[in-house]
Write a protein that binds this ligand. Sequence first.
Ligand code: DP6
Length: 372
Amino acid sequence: MAEQSKKWVLMVTAQTPTNIAVIKYWGKRDENLILAINDSISVTLDPAHLCTTTTVAVSPDFDEDRMWLNGKEISLAGGRYQNCLREIRARASDVEDEKKGIKITKNDWQNLHVHVASYNNFPTAAGLASSAAGFACLVFSLAKLMNVQEDNGRLSAIARQGSGSACRSLFGGFVKWVMGKEEDGSDSIAVPLVDEKHWDELVIIIAVVSSRQKETSSTSGMRDTVETSSLIEHRAKEVVPKRIIKMEEAIQNHDFPTFAQLTCSDSNQFHAVCMDTTPPIFYMNDTSHRQKVLMGCQLFRIIGCVEKWNRSEGTPQVAYTFDAGPNAVLIARNRKAATLMLQRLLFHFPPNSDTDLNSYVIGDKSILKDAG
Ligand code: DP6
């Protein structure tokens, strides 16, 4: 490798959608390995709307690992990036590109540096799981570049060490992150429940309330919750295990009423444990700025609007869920319900009015795409 070095670059590009949890992960039992205190289930979104595109490149001319996010250089010094890079390098295999005359052996990878350019087509760190798509895409593209011979389940355990929710973005459709029991995290992996074609009449609407970065990161928020909330243990040990079983059944059976009831309850309980944290965390209703108070009110109005409509129809048409940020994710039972929901949103929150809720993204569930 050393002799033929200089002036060659090998590149891979991949695209990974984000995912939205319908049974939330909140709380770690191991901060370094990122091991959760409960199982979680998510749906992977359509990459056309919310995804990360990452290009990874290797060249003997690179003298350090570097990364750019949305065009701005960021540090790779953090433990999460280092853990992912180390785990992928440890599994690298030989790569040969005859046309370019490149031959890289398994051992060469330990000394070669990578450059990473990553781009999110949606607001970063605004509670739309940007770290999920970001780390999943980083791990997936590095694995392709370094010819790692492991399936997406094994790769999910590496992406998990970048950000917990990232492990679920390695698959399309509905995905479960099994918290696992092993101390080394080897059984804490994502498992696909059903692929993106199963239950394809569901439509997801994301009401982008704010593209600002959230004030409390998920990482520090969940650490505070685990340390101070007396509700979190009850949630993790008693409530979530039962909900996981029911949710898996609801997904298998296309049972929308049960799916919607579980999704809304789990989102509400997640925000309840956030409020039970000291100091309390208000992802849906931040009180620090007037404009944000307004936003919070809008979010509660979205919940009210969905609850009222579902009750008046006699059976749920739409489920709502909110992650660690102010953007609403609405899952409609079919296209007709999505259209009616959108009409209601546009009526209550018209774009460019004095409200802050001004853009809507609609998408079907989707699948991981390998653009490499
Ligand atoms: C509310 O995966 O962002 O979106 O593991 O510390 O990176 P870290 O946290 P992160 O937390 C996501 C929390 C959530 C729920 C979920 O996606 O399950």
